[in-house]
Design a protein around this ligand. Sequence first.
Ligand SMILES: Nc1ncnc2c1ncn2[C@@H]1O[C@H](COP(=O)(O)OP(=O)(O)OP(=O)(O)O)[C@@H](O)[C@H]1O
Length: 351
Amino acid sequence: MGLHLSAQVAARGLDVTLEVGEDERLAVLGPNGAGKSTLLAVLAGTLRPDSGHAELDGEPLFDLGSGHWPPPHRRRVGLLAQDPLLFPHLDVLANVAFGPRAAGVGRREAEQLARRCLADVEAEDLAPRRPAQLSGGQAQRVAVARAVATDPRLLLLDEPLAALDVTLAPLVRRVLRQVLVGRTSVLVTHDLLDALLLSDRVVVLEGGRVVEAGPTAEVLRHPRTTFAARLAGLNLVLGTVDPVGVTTPAGLHVGAGTSGLTPGTAAAAVFAPNAVSVFVDAPHGSPRTVLPARVGELVPAGDAVRVSTVTTSGEPITASVTPASVGELDLYPGRDVFLAVKATAVTVYAL
Ligand SMILES: Nc1ncnc2c1ncn2[C@@H]1O[C@H](COP(=O)(O)OP(=O)(O)OP(=O)(O)O)[C@@H](O)[C@H]1O
């Protein structure tokens, strides 16, 4: 039960196999162009892959081996996009009742159902309004009600909170959390908070392939790919286990204890930006633990500044420094610096 998908779309470089358990919430993460929207389009039925098949709750969703490719409205798959896409000429109640009506439910019953769905998203009182009379957050809640009104067996969510400003997103997020209970869903997001609050498991796509998968909290706590680490706001350096940490291919060293890990095996060192100190002159100490790097961007983040750098051996590392030290160190994009990583703040994972 749940979803099983295997699909290949050569023109978009997509080649994925994935499973979503029954009533499980899967988040799909990945950099721009990784194939996330393509994956949703295949499931929704708007993009026909070159090959592949999918089963939903034990029944075929499509099977290109036998030419089975039902249109979107025959799939019992609901889609919630970034934009609410409500019909402007229908009031809210009619928008939500539209799907059930199209599926053959009588007017009265469809409207009762629509009212229940609106109540689930705390939007009952919006029933008589036209979409133009709704705020962005209200419209998106109505879109959630419309997406579930047909009782889809699979709910697809494509960055559902991305278009909302920060004050409106929390209510829609809370409503989504309630609505997703007891449903099989696939959520595409760039947002760490959404992944944490709206998914049980994540897959990370890169270049059209699944490069990482696991329970959400685990992937974000123990990220194995640079993308997942950055999403979690952490730095990740790959290398091999040495007696006191990780040695990068360039011979640099990061970390402290690696108890229980076998020296020489592939490992990742993970550390937060505030464990990284930035120097303009090489600090004293073992040269192996000092990472020469070049400053990329400087981005304010709360009361700190995030300094993104790339080491001379190519590892992206982000440091978090105070605004005062940006001035004192005279940091600017292109500046050559030295990084030191606080050993006790590094966690090492075997890969
Ligand atoms: N309409 C299209 N025609 C041809 N190629 C496309 C089209 N849309 C996307 N692509 C390509 O397919 C690949 C996957 O793109 P896709 O939009 O699925 O990525 P994504 O992970 O959703 O990215 P983003 O995070 O930017 O939305 C990319 O190489 C992209 O350039």
